[in-house]
Design a protein around this ligand. Structure first.
Ligand code: SF4
Length: 592
């Protein structure tokens, strides 16, 4: 049978949907992306705000039309946990309701519901369930959400989560590292660790900073993020590990909620405004460029105008990079709904508006201050607004769009920022040379240019081939091309405009600096250079042993016969960066 999942709410739900996919695929189900192709539709729901639930209820009604009579409809997630069997009363087309700790039962529940044509509900909490034995089916090719803990013990008085997700439990460190390594092997370089309060992660005496330290050692991962941090549990040890782990990004989401101590106490947040400000100053001392984002609630029960001003003041003092701002919304089942002195709706809205105005000004200022800087961007997708632009994020989590093409997805590029449009940065790629392909000229180029064809295929595979390539090759390699006359100057390196060697220019290079300069000047990406130059030119830019080894390998292999159709990459270096910030990478080709 074919299933489709519609996900609502937070990243935790996105991660859970990937987990559910994995469980169902393992059981023999097939995932599809359209209701029209599906036999089963699963709504992974959110209960944090009332309108999140209203949206899902509306969507269920539209899907459960007579035209879709064959569809099995299931509800999972927080709303399933909160309402359980009551959901059947809301819409009788619902076939199954499954709570957050019962996802491993889904194949059986679906099967039974389908076979017996009966409604099934299972929302029993299982506080030992961590889904350790399932690697989620990733739906995003650049970013992986990795759940490190489930549930919450904090019982903030406005929040439904402890009732829908149960008590806090941390996943074994070994399982988390395994899941991250798997993501890295699939070339997903950006990891976000998820938990309701990641700062209280604890597994067999390993706390959250210990976990970060271990993840930072995983080679194939380039960026580590995490949400959400509770201010009461943000330790000096964590700040220190963040500052000293090069892969941990300079960003923290630290919910403030209110700037007034009485309101924080009524919210059961267990920290004061002074504690929060102290954390901000410690974070900025350790990481001067850190971006701090937050959540704020306007109009919590009992909030006076003066108490609200305390929140506004803190926002103006801290100058958050971004804030998720909400008016207080009652959730039945939470303590805050029972508090007297609920703030009138109109006042909540008015305060929210003032928060938004203040923060918009701050965010605009922050984003504008980035104009003129060059940022490292992890390219994630084609821009939603303009198919000719790409979209990615800075290390400090700012969406950035720039000129580019799909071949860049999953790579890191440098973008010079020239505009701040709302909460998006815009810029142009600073086109560093990103790749060096070194070819030993003694192998020649192959009778039918098969080496270059092979390289082109590989470049595509590595997503490096852009519309702006260059082939640079040594004199002897150039002369070995069909119909090419000998060059006069022995130090020449030949630049051609593409893989078909249409000559664009002949330029003398005596050092890698020359080569890098030319590449920058020509705004080009790909190099091919004669083998003798590997040693003499690139030695200062790479690991000595590595280059020597390659050179020796070439020397030993000089007797190789013609390698038509048998070229392959025999050595591949890590991506490295020169002192002036140019990225480069070696791919050494040889034959069987
Ligand atoms: S820490 Fe508070 S706001 Fe966050 S999930 Fe737990 S109870 Fe809800």
């Amino acid at each position: 049978m074919k299933f489709m999942i519609e996900t609502y709410g937070c990243q935790m739900n996105v991660a859970d949907s990937e987990l559910i996919s994995s469980i169902l695929i393992k059981a023999g189900y097939t995932q599809v992306n359209s209701v029209y192709d599906a036999d089963i539709i699963i709504f992974n729901t959110c209960s944090v705000r009332e309108n999140a639930e209203t949206r899902v209820i509306g969507r269920i009604s539209s899907v459960a039309s007579p035209n879709n009579g064959h569809l099995l409809i299931g509800i999972v997630g927080c709303m399933a946990q909160r309402l359980g069997e009551q959901l059947k009363k809301i819409n009788k087309k619902i076939d199954f309701v499954v709570g957050v700790d019962q996802y491993s039962q889904l194949p059986e529940i679906i099967e039974n519901s389908h076979r017996k044509n009966q409604f099934i509900s299972n929302t029993i909490f299982n506080h030992s369930e961590n889904y350790n034995y399932f690697i989620p089916t990733r739906t995003n090719e650049t970013n992986a959400f990795v759940t490190i803990m489930r549930g919450c013990n904090n019982f903030c008085t406005y929040c439904i989560v402890p009732y829908t997700r149960g008590r806090e439990r941390s996943r074994p460190i070994k399982e988390i590292l395994h899941e991250i390594e798997q993501a890295g092997k699939n070339k997903i370089y950006d990891i976000t660790l998820l938990g309701q309060n990641v700062n209280s992660y604890m597994y067999e005496n390993n706390d959250f900073p210990d976990l970060l330290t271990e993840i930072n050692k995983i080679d194939c991962i380039k960026r580590i993020r995490f949400v959400t941090s509770h201010p009461k549990d943000l330790s000096d040890k964590l700040i220190n590990v963040m500052a000293n782990s090069e892969k941990v990004c300079e960003h923290i989401h630290l919910p403030l909620q209110s700037g007034n101590n009485d309101i924080l106490s009524r919210m059961n947040r267990n920290y004061t405004a002074e504690h929060y400000l102290n954390l901000v100053s410690k974070l900025r001392n350790a990481m001067p460029n850190i971006a701090i984002t937050t959540d704020v609630i306007a109009g919590f029960p009992g909030e006076t105008e003066e108490q609200f001003i305390d929140t506004l003041n803190i926002m103006n003092e801290v100058k958050f990079d971004f804030a998720y701002m909400f008016k207080y919304s009652e959730r039945s089942g939470t303590k805050a709904t029972e508090l007297d002195d609920q703030v009138p709706e109109v006042v909540r809205l008015e305060r929210l508006q003032r928060l938004i105005e203040a923060q918009t000004e701050i965010t605009t200022e922050k984003y504008k201050s980035r104009i003129g800087t060059t940022e490292e961007i992890y390219v994630e997708s084609v821009s939603k607004r303009n198919p000719n632009e790409m979209s990615g994020k800075t290390r400090d989590f700012k969406i950035t769009v720039f000129d580019g093409d799909e071949s860049m997805i999953n790579t890191f590029v440098k973008v010079k920022i020239n505009e701040a449009a709302g909460w998006t940065l815009k810029g142009n790629i600073v086109r560093d040379m990103s790749l060096i392909v070194a070819v030993d000229e003694n192998f020649g180029i192959g009778k039918n240019n098969d080496l270059l064809i092979r390289i082109k295929e590989d470049m595509k595979r590595f997503k490096r081939l852009t519309t702006n390539n260059i082939v640079v090759m040594g004199r002897k390699t150039f002369e070995s091309l069909p119909d090419k006359k000998p060059l006069e100057n022995r130090t020449n390196i030949v630049l051609t405009n593409d893989i078909n060697y249409k000559i664009e220019g002949v330029i003398t290079c005596n050092s890698v600096d020359d080569v890098l300069k030319i590449c920058k000047e020509y705004n080009k990406d790909v190099f091919i250079i004669g083998g003798e130059m590997i040693y003499s030119l690139f030695l200062p830019y790479s690991n000595k042993v590595y280059i020597t080894k390659i050179y020796k390998k070439f020397e030993a292999d000089k007797h190789f016969p013609s390698l038509n159709n048998s070229w392959k990459i025999i050595e591949e270096s890590e991506m490295k960066t020169t002192d002036d910030g140019v990225n480069y990478q070696f791919f050494i080709y040889g034959g069987n």
